[in-house]
Ligand binder design. Structure first.
Ligand SMILES: CC(C)(COP(=O)([O-])OP(=O)([O-])OC[C@H]1O[C@@H](n2cnc3c(N)ncnc32)[C@H](O)[C@@H]1OP(=O)([O-])[O-])[C@@H](O)C(=O)NCCC(=O)NCCSC(=O)C[C@@](C)(O)CC(=O)[O-]
Length: 314
């Protein structure tokens, strides 16, 4: 099939990078007990997700909610075929990731200066200079490295972000050896036309297979954005969080990540191939919802029957 931007689509399974245990829990007012986090990761391991971001090896002063990620990594089950990853901001984080036998790390910066300074306490270019030795070391150790670019469409402090800035940050990250890039709509403001503008600009500079998109759902646009990225551009990797959990404490006003189960349902209903079972994701989401003692945003996790699994009509 030929896509709008000239790419030819080969029908390949969509990769779901489940970020619920990390992005999902980092902004919760309550600190979830370690045992509940471990059960959540274990339930997510059985959903068919390609990758689970299990936590963050960041400063516990910055994100106390995830200070126990080392213990989560030690206690969780690791199923073959699932990649377990975590956020790492600096050398100390890398040491913790190594000690926890994490096989893939993610460094994180932004397309906008103000957000970077608030989130990681340094400017965008400085952050990449700091990552360079870290990335080299991680790769020497056989780890895969992801690079997050937050505020890829809008910044909570600077407004709309020019895709040209995203390209520059992405090129620098690729230059220091980052394996894959995740472009984040950190405050969930993008609509499909913003996504098209972003992908028209960035795709000439990166292989599609190395790109993932990361949507928050503040304006209810996130599932539409995923569908636009897949149908019009053949993007095959999306970061999602079970239950629609999530948010960044440094992105005021932003809501949760797009819900894994809602994305899986929408993509399957649109003819995409996925290994993820949306019902199992919804069950994992209900489990963590009980630990948080609050209802979640996703549609599917609120439906109690198993009649909602998407089964294509044959
Ligand atoms: C960037 C830094 C490290 C700079 O933080 P800093 O304060 O400049 O660092 P520092 O080196 O001066 O250290 C301060 C204290 O933190 C400790 N520390 C320092 N690093 C570590 C570490 N790795 N592990 C354990 N402890 C650490 C360090 O030991 C020290 O402890 P003290 O001596 O005062 O007790 C800090 O601000 C930080 O960790 N920030 C994390 C911010 C964060 O996690 N934000 C959310 C994730 S990003 C996001 O959500 C967006 C994304 C990815 O989802 C995509 C999207 O939606 O756009």
């Amino acid at each position: 099939m030929s896509l709008g931007n000239g790419h030819n689509r080969v029908a390949r399974p969509i990769r779901i990078i489940e970020v619920g245990p990390r992005d999902g829990l980092q902004n919760e007012p309550a600190i979830v007990p370690t045992s509940a986090k471990v059960s959540f990761v274990n339930a997510l391991s059985r959903t068919g997700a390609a990758e689970i971001e299990i936590g963050s090896f960041v400063s516990p002063h910055a994100i106390p909610q995830l200070a126990d990620s080392d213990e989560v990594a030690r206690k969780m089950e690791r199923l073959p075929g699932v990649t377990y990853s975590a956020l790492v901001p600096n050398e100390k984080g890398l040491e913790r990731a190594r000690a926890a036998a994490i096989e893939k790390i993610a460094v994180f910066t932004a397309a906008s200066e103000t957000f970077a300074r608030r989130n990681i306490k340094c400017g965008v270019l400085e952050s990449i200079d700091r990552f360079a030795p870290l990335v080299a070391e991680a790769k020497r150790d056989g780890m895969t490295v992801r690079g997050y670019i937050s505020t890829a469409t809008h910044c909570p402090f600077e407004g709309a972000v020019d895709p040209g800035r995203v390209i520059k940050v992405m090129q620098r990250l690729l230059h220091i050896g980052i394996d894959e890039i995740s472009l984040g709509d950190t405050i969930g403001k993008a609509a499909p036309n913003d996504v098209r503008r972003l992908l028209d600009a960035t795709l000439p500079h990166i292989e599609r297979s190395r790109l993932s998109l990361h949507f928050h759902d503040t304006y209810g646009m996130a599932v539409a954005n995923v569908l636009a990225a897949w149908t019009d551009y053949g993007i095959e990797a999306f970061d999602t969080a079970a239950g629609g959990l999530g948010g960044c404490p440094y992105a005021p006003g932003a809501s949760g990540n797009v819900a894994t189960e809602d994305v899986v349902y929408a993509l399957k209903a649109s003819g995409a191939i996925l290994t993820v079972d949306e019902q199992q994701v919804a069950a994992a989401a209900r489990q963590i919802s009980r630990a948080l003692d609050r209802p979640l945003a996703s549609r599917l996790s609120r439906i109690q029957t198993d009649r909602t699994s998407y089964e294509p009509v044959t």
